[in-house]
Ligand binder design. Structure first.
Ligand code: SF4
Length: 365
């Protein structure tokens, strides 16, 4: 672990189905389906795609009775633990517990009375179901809102810790907490407060972060800053996009911080007037082609002789533009010149050969 990364905050270990969260367990990536939960076939298809992209935990919205009734078939059809996301109606939370959900996400701001919370807590405690106290800036209890109706970081943290304390009082032993705001500074502050004050594992994310491009940046900054500070046991990237993209972004965030197994990584230069090859096109094509692999491999795509040979030598496989074509590097050695027409195919062929030589070592996940 790099010295710039803070030591991970020690949290209590909980078990969501067979997936450990907290207490030093690997940081997990989760996401939420956007299919109609009652449409079991479509929901399972999406869960399967999410799983292939590296998802560890699947969450489904349970907005009504038909969604709750679909849960047993969904749970039986995936190897990920399934979390039911419930708002407003505590009876749906109770139904989801009965239907076998490994976890329930509830929001103290939307679940209603303490009595309802107690009912949920008793049922969950009896079955070892994880309860996530999931506080969001958009649905904080009115009494905790600031003077201009703003949900401040301290209030988000207070709501979550009050909710967790109530659940603890009702005998729940498996709790995780999230305190998400839609902007990064508030999110970071809220998580820092909770992390200092309590030992439950934290589910980290920036809520309603935005579209694929903007939301990826916001999530990477927010989640990345928290993880680098040692805070966070499981992550969810919230994007106005497919949950598969959320999982891919989540995996990339972990990989960027060297916090989890990761697949191939493309190192590519920003290109400039010196570039001897079309670096942008080649790097995009290489990245696309490498999507199929699950091994930790560094592949460098560089434009010219300035930094090209250096980066290409440091990578497992590298290519750098040269006069009239490109130079191909494998494990630090320049192996041959290639033409611009054949460079993509030759590079991918070397990737395959290297993976075979290494015997598929370091399977990503
Ligand atoms: Fe420009 Fe060459 Fe550096 Fe790429 S490697 S940015 S082409 S100088």
């Amino acid at each position: 672990m790099s010295h710039v990364m803070a030591k991970r905050k020690s949290t209590k270990r909980i078990m969501l189905g067979d997936v450990a969260i907290g207490g030093g367990a690997p940081i997990t990536v989760q996401s939420m389906t956007n299919t109609d939960t009652a449409d079991v076939e479509a929901t399972l298809a999406q869960l399967s795609e999410m799983r292939c992209a590296g998802c560890d935990i699947g969450r489904v919205a349970v907005p009504d009775g038909s969604a709750a009734e679909a849960l047993p078939r969904i749970i039986a059809g995936t190897d990920m633990p399934v979390v039911a996301d419930v708002h407003f109606d505590h009876k749906l939370a109770l139904a989801a517990i009965q239907m076998g959900a490994a976890g329930i996400r509830i929001n103290p701001g939307t679940i209603g009375s303490r009595l309802h919370l107690k009912d949920i807590a008793k049922q969950a405690a009896g079955r070892g179901v994880v309860l996530r106290v999931g506080v969001n800036s958009g649905s904080l209890e009115r009494r905790l809102l600031g003077p201009e109706g703003r949900a401040e970081a301290a209030a988000l943290a207070e709501s979550a810790m009050e909710g967790a304390a109530l659940l603890e009082g009702f005998g729940v032993e498996q709790i995780k907490i999230s305190v998400k705001a839609s902007d990064v500074p508030r999110t970071i502050e809220a998580y820092r407060i909770v992390s200092e004050k309590c030992g439950w594992p934290l589910h980290v994310g920036v809520t309603e972060a935005g579209t694929l491009w903007a939301g990826t940046i916001k999530s990477a900054v927010g989640i990345g800053a928290l993880l680098a500070a040692g805070i966070g046991d499981t992550i969810r990237v919230s994007l106005t996009a497919s949950p598969v993209e959320e999982v891919r972004v989540g995996r990339r965030i972990l990989a960027a911080l060297d916090l989890g197994p990761h697949g191939p990584e493309v190192i590519s230069c920003p290109t400039c007037a010196r570039a001897e090859i079309d670096v942008i096109e080649l790097a995009c094509k290489v990245e696309e082609a490498l999507e199929a692999y699950r091994v930790p491999l560094r592949v460098a795509v560089m434009g010219c002789a300035v930094n090209g040979p250096g980066e290409a030598r440091e990578a497992d496989i590298g290519i750098t533009g040269g006069k009239g074509g490109a130079l191909l590097f494998v494990e630090g050695e320049m192996v041959r010149r290639v033409s611009t027409e054949s460079m993509l195919d030759e590079l991918i062929a070397e990737v395959q050969r290297l993976i075979e030589r290494r015997g598929g070592e370091g399977e990503g996940r």
